[in-house]
Write a new protein. Structure first.
Length: 349
């Protein structure tokens, strides 16, 4: 395993991080514990969760993912071996965002964030969280597949400065070590950094946004922040919900797979994404690589990536995904990837 600094912190995180959003929906508690055991044995030290998980978000399952992690901590006593990240949900701005958390009061106010953090700590059975992230902004933005800026004047939004002052108190209390953002924009990142520089509020260590062969939009406006300000990317959906493995090509829907079970996961399955995936799969096969490892090795190779958050529903998938850390793509393969990107640019933003 390889490790990189998390932003400007002293934390070293594994280049492969373990995503957990299927735990409690597609995976049982025992399977979640097996995944943690396997991942840690392979050198993975970063676990990423969210109060909203599992996905799809439902009132009856909300919080199970964190609870499964907490029961593993209690059973094993190995909390100290894990860099634990979780997220607080923001307000409902788009139709797919859940409104059942915290009685629908999910703006980033002191009361709301305190309730979210304390509930997560209880489920996780720990006294502190290494990286506490804001799951999406407390304002309308062009995220979650929306390319065009929405030009919406929100009726109410909590300022970044106010939110950071609350998070500062969590850090002072020892409940949170570091903070990060997720599904954030260049404007948002600049404002978070300005609040740190000008007001002495906590500095964001990371940004968790989508990044994959099907969505390289991070490179356009956010990669420079990672380079010049050391705000590292925690890349989510690096396989585009499994699409880049090639298993959904030509309309295939393997039994038990995400796209077979849930209609909501269509973001990475449009005709353009399918056409690009066909080319990436062919490229992988021409060079003796599995399509999944080609896709993940590309993400691993990017200098702005602090950790690549993989997810799996079985140990075979998990082993293949973690094994991507041992794959080095040649300049020839990188050039071929860039040629496909130039032809079909960011088909699944």
């Amino acid at each position: 395993m390889e490790y990189r600094k998390l932003g400007r912190t002293t934390l070293d995180v594994s280049v492969i991080g373990l995503g957990t959003m299927t735990w409690g929906e597609q995976n049982t508690e025992a399977q979640a514990h097996e995944q943690i055991d396997f991942a840690l044995a392979e050198g993975v030290n970063l676990l990423d969760a969210a109060e909203m998980y599992p996905v799809p978000p439902k009132p009856e399952t909300q919080g199970r993912t964190e609870s499964y992690i907490g029961s593993w901590f209690k059973k094993t006593g190995r909390r100290h071996e894990v860099v634990l990240a979780t997220k607080a949900a923001g307000p409902v701005r788009q139709a797919h965002q859940p409104n059942h958390l915290r009685n629908g009061q999910t703006h980033f106010t002191r009361e709301s964030l305190t309730a979210a953090l304390d509930a997560s700590l209880a489920r996780l059975q720990t006294d502190y969280i290494d990286l506490y992230q804001l799951h999406w902004p407390d304002r309308s933005t062009n995220t979650f597949g929306r390319l065009a800026y929405p030009w919406i004047d929100d009726e109410y939004t909590v300022s970044i400065e106010e939110t950071l002052s609350v998070l500062a108190d969590f850090v002072k209390a020892g409940k949170v070590r570091h903070i990060g953002v997720s599904n954030e924009t260049p404007w948002g990142v600049s404002r978070f950094l300005a609040a740190h520089d000008q007001l002495g509020l906590p500095r964001i260590a990371s940004i968790q946004n989508p990044y994959s062969l099907l969505n390289r939009t991070f490179e356009i406006g956010l990669a420079e922040f990672s380079h010049r300000e050391q705000v590292g990317l925690l890349a989510y959906s690096p396989l585009g919900f499994g699409v880049l493995s090639g298993k959904y090509l030509h309309g295939a829907r393997p039994a038990g797979s995400r796209l077979a079970l849930y209609e909501r996961f269509s973001r990475y399955n449009n005709p353009q994404a399918q056409a690009a995936t066909e080319q990436y799969v062919a490229l992988a096969q021409a060079h003796g690589l599995s399509p999944a490892q080609l896709a993940l090795a590309f993400v691993n190779s990017r200098p702005f990536v602090s950790s690549n958050l993989i997810g799996a529903t079985n140990l075979e998938q998990l082993a293949e995904n973690i094994g991507s850390i041992r794959v080095t793509l040649s300049p020839e393969v990188i050039a071929a990837i860039d040629a496909i990107q130039a032809q079909i640019s960011n088909p699944a933003p």
